[in-house]
Structure formats: C-alpha cells, structure tokens
Ligand binder design. Sequence first.
Ligand code: SIN
Length: 485
Amino acid sequence: MNITLNDTSLLKTDLYINGQWLNRDIKLAVTNPANASLVAEVSTASKEDTLDAIAAASEALKSWSQTTAKQRSALLKKWFQLIMGNQDDLASILTAEQGKVIAEAKGEIAYGASYIEWFAEEAKRINGDVIPQPSNDRRIITIKQPVGVVACITPWNFPNAMLTRKIAPALAAGCTVVCKPASETPLSALALAELAERAGIPAGVINLVVGKASIIGPVLTASSEVRKLSFTGSTQVGKLLLEECAATVKKVSMELGGNAPFIIFDDADLDAAVTGLMASKYRNAGQTCVCTNRVFVHQSIYQSFSEKLVAAVEQNLTLGDGTTEGVTTGPLINKGAVSIVVDLVEKSVAKGAKIATGGSVSELGDCFYKPTVLTAVTNDMPIATDEIFGPVAALIPFESDQQVIDMANDTKVGLAAYFYTGDISRIWRVSEQLEYGMIGVNEGIISNEMAPFGGVKESGMGREGSKYGLDDYLELKYICMGGLK
Ligand code: SIN
C-alpha cells in the first residue's frame, strides 16, 4: 500500500455482500498507472458470490422499498456528509488507482457526492397523479414504485461519480443494488460502501462485487430478480449487455460512448473558446465520454485559433504523477489505452494530419501520452471517426454552418456537443440541429447533478442526474377505481 490516508480503514479490499466484508482467495491486483506500483490486492467474486449479492439485494428490497422517502433521504444525506468529510482520503485512493490529478480527484468526490445530496432531496418528490376520468363512476390515479433490484456496472474513468450517479437515484426510489465497479478501480467503490455502512444504510441495500466481467456480468443479466441494469461504458459492451438483458426484459439505462464535436464559429470569442476547449478536451487526460473528440474551426480563424490553442497547451499543461504539485495531466489508465491513442495519431498523420505539439508517448513512462494538438485533420481520419479517450485535440477546418452541422452529425453516436458563437439565432438553430443529448453553448464543462446527463443514437438511453434521473428507477402504475356512485 503506497497511499497515505488519515483513515486507513477506508482502504477496503474485500467484497461487500449483505453488509458483510468477505475475503476471497482469488485476488485482483490494483496498480497505480503513474508508476505501475501495486496499490492493493482485492478479493474477487465468483458466480456464487454474485448470486448471493442478488439474493441479499432481493431480501433487503422487501423492507427498503417500504421505508418512507424521508427515511431514505436522511440516510442518503448522512452518506453524503461522510463522503465530503473524507474527501481528501477518497481523492487519494482515486488518484492512486486511476491516475487523475489530485485536484480533479477531489473534484470528482464532490461531483459524485452531489448526486447523493441531489437524490436525497428528490426522493421526497416522487409524486403520482390524479387524471381526469372518462366517466364519473371511476377515478384514475398513478403511483410510482421502485423498479426492484438494480445491477450497476461502472467504468474506471470516474470510479466514484459514475457509481454514486446510479446508486443514489436507485436508493432514493426505494430500489436496492448490486454493483460491479471496473476491475482497474475497485477501491473507490469499496470505500464508498464502507461509508454507506457507517451512514447506517441497511445490510443488503448496497452490495459490491469485484472481479471478472465475464463471470459477474452474465449472472447479473440472466437473473430475473434483477429488474434493471444501469451501465456506463463503451457502446460495444453496452450492445452485448442489451442483448443479454433481452431474455428477462429488464429495464436498462445505457450511458455509452461519444464523439463530441466542439465547433468554433467565426464570430466566437477565441480566448473563451480556447479556455472551454482546454477544459473539455484535456479533463481527466481526455478520458471522459463527453470529452471533445473533434474540433471544428471556421477556416477564417483556423490559423489564429490553432496558434492560441498550441500556446495554451504548451504553457498550461504539465504531464506527470497526479500527486505531484503543479501537474495538470496524469497518465492514461494503462498501456493498452496509450497504444490506442498512438495508433489513431499515427494512422491520421499517415493520411495527412500534422502534429502541432505533442504527438508521442512521454519519457515519463509507458502510460503517459503528451498533450497533443493535430491540425489539417479531416472528418474521415481515424482520430475523428473513433473515440480517442486521450489528450489529443484534432482540428478540422469548415466553411459553412450547414457543412459543420452535417460533419458533426456524421457519426453513429450522440452524447455531448459544444459550440462557440456570439449569434443568438445561430445558438438556437445549431442547438436544435445537432443530434446530441447534451449541448454546451459557449461552455466546455456541462456536467452537474441538476442537469440530465445522457445521449441519443448509439450513445445510449436514459438520463442520469436531474429531476428526470429518478424515472429510470421507477415504474409507473395506473390504478383505476371504478364502481363509484
Ligand atoms: C463519463 O465520462 O462517462 C462521465 C463524464 C461526466 O460525468 O462528466
């Protein structure tokens, strides 16, 4: 263990099932991407453990679904407070296993906790309706009820926030959960479970199984007791999970891949656009689903914008170990992630893209890729057609509004899109024409707990966060009261 914590008991390495911490012989090594050192060895779940977790969640559902919204809200608020009270330790665990810089890790803890606070409040607003009746001998009402046991499968890029964004609405709605965090980053999830236990969330309401997706995934998707699957990850895996969930007709929420365009029109404030792009592109070393993937720049400002961006990247970004003072950009999650970026850059350069800065693996180590700007990119190069998940900005020139909208929409996915302009009519026109679930207008960072997060097309289905986020965890029941005199 090479993490310094104020509370070492937050570093949990066992499975969490039915309120019990369970040690298992088969371990998973969690390594620090910044230096390949071993952070911890974590017990892995078998098929039987996963079935036990589902059984525990089913049993706990009987009482949890009967608690009042006020009771659930109070427990969620306690959990929120404990997380914020341990923000520094949780951030240290997150940086050690994921690599993001410590300031971003602290930001993620607060971001993740904000979903718990938000849904603690929303729990009290799960309202039904009284609907005008078609005849006077009856009355129509609707109530909302928890879906049941929910399986949550979460990725390594936001090991804390992607989990809280699912568990919080599930618990607020009265559901119980079985969670499978990514194998690269289970420690943040286990620390969250420890704090949930301390908050008094009853045994079986939250269960956490760590281990091989090939063992745990099929058990979760095949179970008829699991009534919903919420997944964040790649479109490819999302499609497989959808197929598996079809057999038991589960409700599903899918937050899948993106290929975000970032459009800079000729009337944009270029300095503001550079600031927005730096945040949107290089956050978490480019490893978010909403990170800018393609930068479309009007040809009249292409040269001046590229120069400003290159200067900002070279002056403001420092690559290194996320715990080192002054470092802004950490390593990628593993060598495999780096090879994908290397391959995309090489193939695009072979087709004519130019490296304006960066463009190679750093001497700091195998997992560090230099913050990069590519110019002379076209929309059909691999760096534009594929999701990069790395710190590479690919600049594509355009001539007209219609041309850039067509290019931006020319992809199977539709998660987030951004554009900069000073023209109010264009703001409406472009916002409406972009085929994306989320649009940033003169803003590079748009995620927060109050707004609906989610995509269209192959970026998935359902929304997380906001007043809409609870609906994914609720069933609407219609009650017709007839025979009235
Ligand atoms: C993601 O990359 O899936 C989440 C990013 C965010 O919440 O902003």
